[in-house]
Design a protein around this ligand. Structure first.
Ligand code: NAD
Length: 463
């Protein structure tokens, strides 16, 4: 692999900027042509993509298709269909104060975009932002995660088959390469990963006042008041939690259940785990693995001194960590201080809304927020009271799949949002332009100003 130096990075960026300035990346037709070609190459390489995801994460093909490739294909279809309309200048009515004028908004690409992505959904979390950046008329450098090297390799193969490197290029590498990339001045940075590294990215971007989107993690609660069907509640929480072996940014991180329903919910959850993965999840073809030893060790540490309600079985060689339920961990334990990002689900109980508020206030600004309830008043109060990236009532994860909904965090869980039209918007600057005519001028706007404001006030308030 080529050694990635700062000079090499700067060269790539300069080449991309030159390409951008020649307007080569900006013609809508040429963008659509390339996105169509990308779609074709994705179809041709489907098997290789599934294979890479299996090698990196032991992802079942079903999950690789539904939560990785299909999402990318749907995004491509939507963008190819709508790009001409989204990219067209938007006329808006002029302000009467400026009469006569033609006012419009241009959506202007930023230029050279840097995309840094994580390992948990290593294909779609690199490709969906990439498609948005290209559709919007930018050039792009993608740095995929070094922890999913087979997927990084297939992403590089795909991008280099469709795009010249002066338009889009993959730079593989570890944290050092990421850090070197941040030393260069980009026109936009789109980062997906942990909150800790998100802060490093934000600091580096501040140096050049580069606009950024930060898609981070967080502690997403599942609140269960016991008024919704318990078995279905359990099934939907278990599905969202153990998908990709709990390594999903919007996975339920912990459960907060009304005390009198706790036992019933836990029993239902155990049933649902065994229905999905059998009594020995290690033998299930539908159960993934932990990404690497370091993360495995972190999860082992998380269980230190905890009381288990279920699971806890693991195998380090195989990176297998079974579905695990933990009983009432302390608020200051690592399980509740940091994002878990693995197949451990703490079950906390509450009696009053004040108990609930204590936890939700401490673990504020989650990326996702899940409420299982049939009580409209309770649901509305929670939705209004707490800030979160996105929410679902009576299910988990699924808001992610609707491209009409913006996907992103707030506060600790990030800033900015994408998916569908939001992906186009995030990678363009809305540039307003007012074109004035010379045939009329409000004489009062020029000095010497009128002595009395009376008639002017009347006029300006009407306009
Ligand atoms: P990470 O922050 O360790 O790494 C993400 C990317 O950043 C990788 O490509 C890595 O090489 C790079 N990186 C790491 N240190 C860097 C540095 N100092 N400078 C520049 N680049 C650096 O995250 P991860 O472990 O790959 O992913 C897990 C985290 O990502 C979890 O917190 C999860 O919640 C979050 N996540 C968020 C979303 C979302 O959409 N909001 C999606 C997936 C994952």
């Amino acid at each position: 692999m080529k050694k990635i130096t700062s000079t090499f990075i700067e060269e790539i960026k300069q080449n991309q900027l030159a390409f951008f300035k020649e307007h080569k990346a900006n013609g809508v037709e040429i963008r659509i042509q390339h996105l169509k070609k990308l779609k074709k190459v994705l179809e041709q390489k489907e098997e290789a993509i599934f294979d890479a995801l299996y090698q990196d994460l032991k992802k079942p093909v079903f999950e690789s298709f539904t939560s990785e490739l299909l999402m990318v294909q749907k995004e491509l279809d939507l963008i190819i269909k709508n790009l001409k309309e989204w990219a067209a200048p938007k006329r808006v009515s002029g302000s009467l104060i400026n009469f006569p004028s033609r006012d419009y908004i241009l959506s202007e690409p930023y230029g050279a975009v840097l995309l840094i992505s994580p390992w948990n959904y290593p294909f779609q979390l690199a490709m969906i932002p990439f498609i948005g950046a290209i559709a919007a008329g930018n050039t792009a450098v993608i740095k995929p995660s070094e922890s999913a090297p087979h997927t990084a390799q297939i992403i590089e193969a795909i991008i280099s088959e469709v795009f010249p490197s002066k338009w889009a290029q993959v730079i593989q590498g570890d944290v050092n390469v990421g850090a070197a990339l941040l030393k260069t001045q980009w026109d936009y940075i789109f980062y997906t990963g942990s909150t800790a590294v998100g802060k490093i990215v934000a600091k580096a971007a501040a140096e050049f006042l580069t606009p950024t989107t930060l898609e981070l993690g967080g502690k997403s609660p599942c609140i269960v008041d016991g008024t919704a069907p318990i078995q279905k509640t359990a099934r939907r929480i278990i599905w969202g939690k153990f998908l990709n072996c709990g390594q999903t940014c919007i996975a339920p991180d912990y459960v907060l259940v009304k005390k009198e329903h706790k036992n019933e919910l836990v029993a239902a959850m155990i049933q649902e785990i065994e229905k999905a993965f059998g009594k020995e999840a290690q033998l299930s073809k539908d159960y993934g693995r932990i990404i690497h030893q370091k993360h495995f060790e972190k999860l082992v540490q998380d269980l230190n001194k905890q009381t288990l309600l279920y699971g806890g079985d693991k195998n380090k060689e195989d990176l297998f960590f079974g579905p695990t339920l933990v009983d009432e961990p302390e608020l200051d334990s690592s399980l509740l201080m940091d994002e878990i990002f693995g197949p451990i689900l703490p079950i906390l109980s509450y009696n009053t809304e004040a108990d609930l508020d204590l936890v939700l206030t401490k673990l504020k600004n989650p990326l996702a927020f899940y409420i299982f309830s049939s009580q409209k008043k309770f649901i509305n109060a929670l939705v209004q009271r707490y800030a979160f990236g996105g929410g679902v009532i009576n299910d988990s994860i699924i808001h992610f799949t609707n491209d009409k909904l913006p996907f992103g965090g707030v506060g600790n869980s990030g800033m900015g949002a994408y998916h569908g039209k939001y992906s186009y918007d995030v990678f363009t600057h809305a540039k307003p332009v007012v074109k004035r005519s010379f045939w009329f001028d409000l004489p009062q706007r020029y000095a010497p100003y009128p002595k009395s404001l009376k008639s002017l006030k009347f006029l300006l308030k009407k306009l």
